[in-house]
Design a protein. Structure first.
Length: 379
């Protein structure tokens, strides 16, 4: 027996705020700590760019990509990859996610989040990658269903609303996400995230767009001064629970359990993001003092370059350093290696790849879920 398409109820839902008081308070406190840290960042690209790439990697991995953060950084440093076409497609998909974040920041200056807004993000996200043949930039024009690969509709886990319902549902979603009637803004984006995934407006890419909209919404509402909150790490770590709770809202209207999970995700990822930014900032200030011994006006340019892209080649940084002679760059690279700031990857005498191990360690350390810096140490 084929399940019927699910039509989510009109927003706003009735939320039991009393049951969420603790989670709302903790999530807001953690976001406040993160906001305070970000406000004092003078160069967002320097400290935030690797975090955006990390979020892009994790969000794409939920959808099945295999490329790692290191794969992406190496690809960008060399502007090429290997003969592994699948991995290159994965990397391009990740880079598209990052492009979509930058586009969203630009578009928010012109218009709020809405149907046209998400269509533009979708067009960029599916550019020449997996799903690019699935009507990129347009709402779906056929009935789809969610199931295990190769399974028929009879075995569907979820069947989204039929096509004629999309205009009404998206209009309601757009009004809700831009309204100021919900009692709490974090509950609002938690509800909006569920509703977006339930509507499933695109043939492909719904999960990535839905996750991307969370930090974008917090940025639009000035909860964060920059849309950096790698929420996908939490969803990936708790993937089964994430999908189960979304389904419980659809099946039983169980909003509170989903929202508690969502608010916990906001709290924990705010703490982790703050911890990474704090450590990155501390490392930058430490090395900025250390490189004064290099006695070169270009040393700070190289330092800035490796904080933005912690895997580099000569070719990838030559236009950023802009010295009078290319030999200056080679000399600087060797000095950074001697100071153990950079480390050349073995096996190459020409076209060397250099990694910045201390920053990569900071970015990767939150894979250990026991690693959390308490807010007191971030102040």
């Amino acid at each position: 027996m084929i399940k019927k398409p699910f039509i989510p109820p009109k927003l706003p839902p009735k939320i039991d705020y009393v049951s969420l008081i603790k989670e709302i308070g903790q999530a807001r406190e953690a976001l406040g700590e993160l906001k305070g840290l970000l406000i004092n960042v003078s160069n967002f690209d320097l400290l935030v760019s690797p975090l955006l790439t990390k979020e892009a990697v994790l969000s794409s991995q939920i959808e099945g990509t295999q490329a790692t953060l290191e794969d992406v950084l190496k690809y960008e440093a060399e502007d090429k990859f290997s003969q592994d076409d699948r991995k290159e497609r994965d990397i391009r998909e990740i880079l598209n996610y990052r492009r979509a974040i930058h586009l969203a920041i630009k578009e928010l200056k012109k218009k709020p989040i809405g149907e046209n807004f998400i269509k533009k993000l979708h067009f960029v996200l599916l550019d020449s990658v997996r799903g690019s043949n699935k009507d990129r930039g347009n709402l779906r024009r056929m009935q789809v269903y969610i199931a295990q690969p190769g399974m028929p509709m009879e075995e569907a886990i979820y069947i989204p609303p039929p096509i004629p319902e999309l205009p009404r549902l998206l209009s309601n979603w757009e009004k809700y996400i831009n309204s100021y009637q919900e009692k709490d803004v974090l509950v609002q984006i938690g509800v909006a995230h569920y509703q977006f995934e339930a509507i499933h407006p695109f043939t492909d890419g719904n999960g990535r767009i839905g996750r991307l909209l969370i930090p974008i919404f917090l940025y639009q509402r000035k909860i964060l001064p920059y849309p950096v909150l790698y929420i996908s790490e939490y969803f990936e770590k708790h993937r089964r629970e994430y999908y189960d709770l979304l389904n419980q809202v659809s099946q039983k209207g169980e909003w509170e359990s989903w929202l508690k999970f969502f608010l916990d995700a906001i709290r924990i990822q705010s703490q982790r993001t703050a911890a990474i930014i704090y450590q990155t900032k501390f490392l930058y200030e430490t090395l900025k003092r250390d490189i004064s011994a290099v006695n070169s006006i270009y040393a700070i340019n190289l330092l800035d370059a490796i904080f933005t892209k912690p895997i580099i080649t000569f070719a990838s940084i030559k236009n950023k350093i802009k010295p009078k002679s290319y030999q200056t760059i080679y000399n600087l690279l060797e000095k950074f290696v001697k100071m153990k700031i950079l480390e050349p990857l073995p096996g190459r005498k020409r076209n060397k790849i250099y990694i910045f191990p201390e920053l990569l360690k900071i970015l990767e350390e939150t894979k250990n879920y026991d690693f959390v810096i308490k807010s007191k140490s971030i102040k």
